[in-house]
Design a protein around this ligand. Structure first.
Ligand code: SAM
Length: 221
């Protein structure tokens, strides 16, 4: 069965426009070799993250969900020389592979990988009382999306950019019974995005190698 046209188009766009470098390609192949799930963002989405980091002028980025570091590398590539990125990953194996990929990309000095449940790491970051994060990318366990959105506001500042991935989830956003584990958190976070006076945002639907999905883009008021 031939791949859907949108996958062929995504590959074309990756080859012609996005052009992930060898370190980014290695991040994807290393994950496959290690038996990790192929759930990193698509190359065109990774490039968008890099551009959004640059457009927002971010110096401090927070990522929730590292996997093998593909999106981490894209965002770190968008940071200035003195920029820093903290990324939260639950599984030590994922963190180890991500560390190697990020170092291989020459970005090791910019990236701090925190191993453990992200909610614990977020509490720890609050205790550390560092400067606010300018940009937050949420891409981990979807049940906690509303909490992650709240933490993004608490650890951010007015003007902080938030990107939250996988918010359409093959349409499960309209029918939580399609995925009772993930859909409720996705739906609650979207309701929060619409209702919470601290946030202003929108959602773009996407289609490609990762199926039918979408991402939320928001700003902290
Ligand atoms: N952002 C990555 C990318 O695009 O390359 C993909 C991240 S993947 C979708 C989600 C990651 O979040 C997995 O590596 C998973 O182990 C991790 N994760 C799941 N639950 C977590 C939690 N509670 N705290 C921290 N990380 C978690």
């Amino acid at each position: 069965q031939p791949a859907p046209g949108w996958v062929a188009v995504e590959n074309f766009l990756a080859d012609v426009v996005v052009r992930p470098d060898s370190a980014l390609q290695r991040a994807v192949t290393s994950a496959l070799e290690a038996g990790m799930p192929p759930i990193e963002v698509a190359p065109n989405a990774g490039k968008l993250l890099k551009l959004l980091v640059q457009l927002s002028g971010a110096r401090r980025v927070l990522e929730i969900g590292t996997l093998a570091g593909f999106s981490t590398i894209w965002m770190a590539q968008g940071l200035p020389a003195d920029g820093r990125l903290v990324t939260c990953e639950y599984l030590p194996k994922h963190a180890r592979i991500a560390r190697a990929n990020i170092d291989n990309a020459g970005l090791g000095h910019k990236v701090d990988i925190r191993i453990g449940a992200a909610l614990d790491t977020l509490h720890a970051l609050e205790s550390e009382a560092g400067p606010p994060f300018d940009f937050v990318f949420i891409d981990a366990d979807k049940e906690n999306n509303p909490h992650y959105l709240d933490w993004a506001i608490r650890l951010g500042r007015p003007g902080t950019t938030i990107v939250m991935d996988n918010v359409v989830w093959e349409g499960a956003v309209l029918d939580a019974s399609m995925d009772t584990v993930n859909a409720p958190g996705i739906i609650s976070a979207l309701q929060m995005l619409g209702d919470d006076a601290r946030l202003d945002g929108t959602v773009m639907q996407t289609v490609g190698s990762k199926g039918w999905d979408g991402f939320a883009l928001a700003i902290v008021r």
